[in-house]
Design a protein around this ligand. Structure first.
Ligand SMILES: Cc1ncc(COP(=O)(O)O)c(C=O)c1O
Length: 356
C-alpha cells in the first residue's frame, strides 16, 4: 500500500496539464505497452500496443463492444449460466440474448444455435463464470469455427486467467484466432483491487481507430496519473510480485475452503468444479436441491454464497453454489466453511439418494 501510494503521489506531482485532461489515445502509452508485453508472454496473444485500449474495467469494455459492433436487436450468444455483468451490458444496449448451455468443457453451441446466428459471442473460457468450467482446446477451436461460419465477433472475458493453480496453461482464444474476430478483455480488479477501476480491451487492428474514437466520444477517459502509476508499478516488477503473492494467498484460501467442504463431498451431496483456476469455485448440488434456499440460509448465518440457478438464463437443470474466497481471510474460512458445510447437509437430509 505504501509503495502504491508513493507511486501515485509521484505521478500526481509530475502531472503536466495534458495528464489532467481527457485522453483520446486509448490510454497512457507505457501502460498500454506493459499490458501488450504481458499478454504476449502469458496469454499468447499476438498484438501491438496500439491495439490495447485502457478502460475503466470489463464492464466498460463490454459496453463499448456492444455499442460499436452490434445494432439494437442483434443477437448475442451468452453462456448459460451467465455472468450478470454481461447480461446487464447487453440488455441495456438492446441486444437479443440467445443462451447457449455450458458443459464441462465450456460453451457448447450446436447446429440449432447457429440457426440463430449471432453478431457477438461472449465467453469466459479460462474459468467460466459461474460454473468454473475451463474451455478445452478442442472446444476453443470449435467455437472459433462456429464464429467464423456465423461471421460473429467473439468477446473473450479473461477476468481471472492470472490465477491458474494446476493443469497446463491453455492459450487464450485471442491467441488461437487467425481471422481477427476475437476481442480480448482483462481487468486489474482481481490482482490489485476492484475500486481501481482499470482494465483493458484488445481490438483487432482494423477496429483500433473506431474504438479509440468511440471510447473518447462515449466515455471521455482520463485518470492519466493513476495509469502512469500503474505502468511504473508493472515496469518495476511490483505487479509480478503482487501476482505471485496473490496466487499463493488464494491457493491457501481455496484449499481451506475445499477442506471445510469435505463432509459434503464425502457424503456425495456435492461436487467441486472449477477449483483449478480463479477466485471462486462452484459446489455442484443434486438437481432437486433448492440452492436459493441454501444460499438464503447461509446468508442468515453470515455467509455470502450465490445460488447457481440464479445465473441460469434458460436451463432448469443446474443447482449449486458459487463460492468466492478472494475476500475471505483464512480465519474466516476456517470459521465459516464448516458452517456452510452444515447448512448444505441440513438442506439435503436424504443423503445417499441425493447424490450428484
Ligand atoms: C466474469 C467476470 N468478468 C469481469 C469481472 C470484473 O470486471 P470489472 O473489470 O468490471 O471489475 C468479474 C468480476 O467479478 C467477473 O466475474
Amino acid at each position: 500500500v505504501a509503495l502504491w501510494q508513493r507511486l501515485q503521489n509521484k505521478h500526481w506531482r509530475a502531472a503536466y496539464p495534458e495528464m489532467l485532461d481527457y485522453n483520446d489515445s486509448g490510454g497512457y502509452g507505457p501502460l498500454r505497452r506493459a499490458v501488450a508485453d504481458y499478454l504476449r508472454v502469458f496469454r499468447s496473444v499476438r498484438l501491438d500496443a496500439d491495439q490495447v485500449l485502457i478502460t475503466s474495467g470489463t464492464q466498460q469494455s463490454l459496453e463499448l463492444c456492444a455499442h460499436l459492433l452490434a445494432d439494437h436487436g442483434d443477437t448475442v450468444w451468452l453462456e448459460d449460466p451467465a455472468y450478470w455483468g454481461a447480461v446487464k451490458a447487453f440488455t441495456a444496449t438492446g441486444l437479443a440474448i440467445h443462451p447457449v448451455a455450458v458443459d464441462e468443457e465450456g460453451i457448447a453451441p450446436g447446429e440449432a444455435d447457429e440457426r440463430k446466428p449471432p453478431r457477438l459471442i461472449y465467453v469466459t473460457p479460462s474459468h467460466q463464470y459461474p460454473t468454473g468450467a475451463v474451455m478445452s482446446l478442442a472446444r476453443r477451436q470449435q467455437l472459433l469455427a462456429s464464429a467464423s461460419r456465423c461471421n460473429a465477433w467473439v468477446l473473450e472475458d479473461d477476468y481471472d486467467s492470472e490465477f491458474r493453480f494446476s493443469g497446463p496453461p491453455i492459450s487464450s482464444l485471442a491467441g488461437l484466432d487467425a481471422e481477427g474476430r476475437v476481442l480480448y478483455m482483462g481487468t486489474f480488479s482481481k490482482v490489485l483491487y476492484p475500486g481501481l477501476k482499470l482494465g483493458y480491451l484488445v481490438v483487432p487492428k482494423t477496429l483500433v481507430h473506431a474504438f479509440k474514437q468511440a471510447h473518447y466520444d462515449l466515455n471521455r477517459p482520463g485518470q492519466m496519473p493513476l495509469q502512469a502509476a500503474l505502468a511504473e508499478f508493472i515496469e518495476m516488477g511490483h505487479f509480478a510480485s503482487a501476482l505471485r503473492r496473490a496466487r499463493q494467498t488464494y491457493a491457501e484460501r481455496r484449499q481451506l475452503l475445499v477442506d471445510a467442504l469435505a463432509p459434503v463431498l464425502d457424503k456425495g451431496l456435492g461436487r467441486i468444479h472449477g477449483a483449478a483456476q480463479g477466485l471462486h469455485l462452484c459446489l455442484r448440488l443434486p438437481a432437486h436441491a433448492d440452492d436459493r434456499a441454501i444460499a438464503a440460509q447461509a446468508a442468515r448465518e453470515g455467509l455470502t454464497v450465490r445460488p447457481l440457478s440464479a445465473y441460469c438464463l434458460q436451463r432448469q437443470d443446474l443447482r449449486g453454489l458459487a463460492i468466492g474466497y478472494g475476500y475471505a481471510a483464512p480465519e474466516a474460512i476456517k470459521r465459516h466453511g464448516p458452517v456452510l458445510a452444515r447448512v448444505v447437509q441440513a438442506a439435503l437430509p436424504d443423503g445417499g439418494q441425493a447424490r450428484v
